[in-house]
Design a protein. Structure first.
Length: 364
């Protein structure tokens, strides 16, 4: 009730002021609107003045705090360093961050002194522009140094393929110096001496061995894919030097090195005989068809291994309380589950790369 009475009193006072103290019995709508406009403008002017006063007060407080901080820093620097007494006479309100940043940049550029060609090469390798607008050589070196520091801090999150590309480029430099041939020949001799499966005949790989001798099947599959991987590496080593140093050549070398790294869990599972039966059956089928040079059928078997042959439900899978006809066709034996694991996905992708190499090397 009090609120209603206050509102009515406000309305009456506004009406009285508009009619000139009650002398008029009526009021024009234009006059009423004009009065409301004047009240609105007065309210806006009052709020603007209050806002300016608040901003002015905040600015004064910030300036006082900055001067106090600068004075404290100047006092600390005077107490710790007696070799520069002129620093106390400087104005504490003047910030020294720009001079500090310039000194830091100069020190970084002095310690990171490399040739401009090397700076261009490193920036291009990281996918960054070799020069920004109005950028000097010193600023470009500082930008490269910052990028390299970021990469050092995030070494565990780098792209595997980019790391393989860098390793391939490093290997090419070692080969140019004559070091890679000696190391490679000694490593190959060690591998040849330590390889007990060099006399195995992988042509015996067949799906019949799944029932007859599964232990022998594990050894044969291990030997077959190991031989293809080494043969792929030898073919890449036998390329001309100009092809190796080209961009497609480096990509091929990095792809082979990445595939070899991804296949390590697969070979470990073969040594431990820990592959699942359905996965082992598909891989045996792929190897058998590759030996027979039936590459189209091998690709079909690879699709069954990677994505399976189950019907893919589209939309709503359960539309009622009753089971639909054909719903029983979707069961766990037909659904691909190997791609749910990141490690399995990587070595399955590497097997497809080996299949592509074998198809080019041994066409039908």
């Amino acid at each position: 009730m009090d609120l209603i009475e206050a509102t009515l009193a406000k309305k009456r006072s506004a009406l009285d002021s508009a009619t000139g103290g009650g002398k008029k019995k009526y009021i024009r709508r234009g006059d009423l609107e004009k009065q409301r406009e004047q009240e609105y403008l007065a309210e806006q002017e009052r709020e603007r003045k209050e806002k300016e006063e608040r901003e002015k007060k905040q600015t004064e407080e910030k300036e006082a705090a900055r001067k106090a901080k600068a004075a404290a820093e100047a006092k600390d620097s005077t107490g710790t360093s007696t070799s520069s007494p002129t620093s106390t006479s400087a104005d504490p309100s003047i910030p020294s961050s720009s001079s500090t940043a310039a000194a830091t940049d100069a020190e970084t550029a002095a310690t990171f002194n490399i040739a401009p060609e090397e700076v261009v090469r490193r920036l291009r390798a990281r996918g960054h522009p070799i020069r920004l607008f109005a950028e000097t050589d010193q600023q470009r070196k500082i930008r490269l140094r910052a990028l390299e520091l970021v990469e050092d801090r995030s070494e565990g999150q780098r792209n595997d393929f980019m790391r393989a590309m860098e390793n391939a480029e490093t290997g090419l430099h070692l080969e140019a110096l004559g070091q890679m041939d000696r190391a490679g020949s000694s490593n190959k001799d060690k591998k040849t001496k330590a390889d007990p499966t060099k006399d195995l005949d992988t042509n015996e790989i067949s799906t019949d061995l799944l029932q007859k001798d599964m232990d022998k099947l594990y050894v044969l599959i291990y030997t077959y894919f190991k031989r293809l991987l080494r043969e792929w590496e030898r073919d890449l080593d036998q390329r001309p030097d100009e092809l190796k140093r080209s961009t497609p050549g480096k990509l091929a070398t990095a792809t082979q090195a990445q595939s070899a790294e991804y296949l390590k869990p697969f070979f470990k599972s073969l040594r431990q005989k820990a592959l699942e039966p359905d996965v082992l059956m598909r891989i045996t089928e792929i190897a058998e068809l590759m030996i027979k040079r039936e590459h189209m059928s091998a690709n079909d078997a690879y699709l069954k291994l990677s994505i399976g042959n189950a019907p893919w439900p589209i939309g709503v899978t359960m539309v009622g309380i009753h089971e639909r006809s054909g719903r029983e066709k979707i069961f766990s034996a037909q659904v691909a589950h190997v791609l749910n694991d990141e490690t399995s996905r990587k070595w399955i992708q590497s097997i497809k790369r080996i299949m592509t190499f074998a198809e080019k090397k041994y066409p039908r």
